[in-house]
Design a protein around this ligand. Sequence first.
Ligand SMILES: [Zn+2]
Length: 419
Amino acid sequence: MTSEAPGDGFAPLRGRLAAAEVAALLRIEGREIPLLDLEAALRDEPDRTIRARMAAAQAEALQATNPLRAELLARIHDGAAALGYPGVAGLCRTLGPADLDALAKHAQEILDQTESMYEETLAWALRRHLSVRLKEARHDDLLRLFRAPWLDPLFPARLLLPAAEATLRALRLDLSAAGRIRLDLEDRPGRASRPFVAPSEVPDRIYLVARAAAGLEAYGAFWHELGHALHYAHTDGSLPVDGRRLGDEAVAELHASLLEGLIREPGWLKRFLEVGKPRDTLWVAHLRLLGLLRRSAATLLHELLLPGGRNGEARAEAYRYLLGQAMRVEVSPEMALAEADPFLASAHSLRGWMGAAVLADSLREYFDEDWYRNDRTGPFLRECWQQGLRPTLEALLQQLGLGPLTPRPLLQRITQHLQ
Ligand SMILES: [Zn+2]
C-alpha cells in the first residue's frame, strides 16, 4: 500500500510521473527490463557484474525522471505551506495521528541500539552467502542478500497458498473472507512483480493480486498483503468512510506486519512448511527485518530533517549520508527523490512494525507460543479488524491493554535471533 494525498490536487503531475516510469525501459545485457521491475530483477540476478550494470542503468533512468519527482514534491510542500504549515512534515505533525517527535526518537534509538549487531551480522552474511566483504558491498548486494535465494527450497511456490489456507483454517478464518476477498493468482505478462491489494469496496470487494512464487521474500510479501486484505474484508461496513479507508494507515501496517511476521515464527515454519531446523532461516529473516527497519528509520529522519521540496541537492546528499550510515553500504543519491514520500510512509511502516511486535507478544501470552494455530486467535483478530482504520494505532493498543508504543519488543525479538 502506498499513501495517497487526501483530495489529491496533484493528479495530473502524478499521472505524468507514473506514465514516464511505466515507459522507462532499460536495456541491459540484451534484455529489456522495465524500470519498475528493476529492483526485482536486481534481487534475482546472481551475477554481481551484471547487477552493477543494472544499478547504473537504474540510476540513469531515475535521473531522467527525477525533475518530475522534484516538481511534484515541491508542489506538495508548497500546498502545505499555503495552508500555513512548514512543509508536509509540519502538516503531518499537527494533523496526523502520530507523535512524530516521539517517533523520531524511537527511530534514532533503533539505529543506535542495533548498529554493531547489524554491522557484524551483515558482514558475516555477505561473506558467507555472496563472498563479498562489507567494505566493498553495494546496495544491490543487500537486495540480493535479503532475497536469500538459497532458502527458496524451504519456501516453495507450490506451498504458498496451501500453507496460508491451512493456517487460516486453524485460526477459524477463511482466505476468501466468505467471498469478499477475490484472489487473483494468474501469472500474466506485464503483471507487477510484487503482490498488492486493491480495496475496491470496503469490506465487500477486496482484490488480492499475487503470484505463487518461491522464497522468503515472496512469502513475506504475500502474507503482508493477505493481512491487508483480511483487515479490509472484516472492517465493519457500517463505519463511515474515514473509518473504512482514510484513518490511521499505521493500523493497516500493523495488521499486515503481524501476519507477515509468521515467516519469522519457528513453530509456524516447522508446522506449515516442515522446515526441520529453522535456525539459519530465522537468522536471515531477522537480519532482513533489521535492514528494512534501519532503512525506514533513516528515511523518516531524512524526511523530518529536510522537509522542504525545493532543496534537491541538499536532500540527495543528506539521503546518501543517512541511508549509507544506516545500511552500511553506498547508496546512490539518485534514489533520494525516488524514495521520498512527503506523506511519511516510513512513519506508518515503523509504527506498524513496532505495534505488530507489541501485539504478537500479547498473543503469545494469551494464546500461547503457537498463537497462529489457536482457534481463539482468529475471532480475536476479527474483532480488531472490524474497527477498520478508525482508532489510531496507539488507541488500539491502549484499548487492548497494551502500550505505550515502543520499539523494545521488536528489538528484543530481533536480538534474540541474531545473537
Ligand atoms: Zn502494507
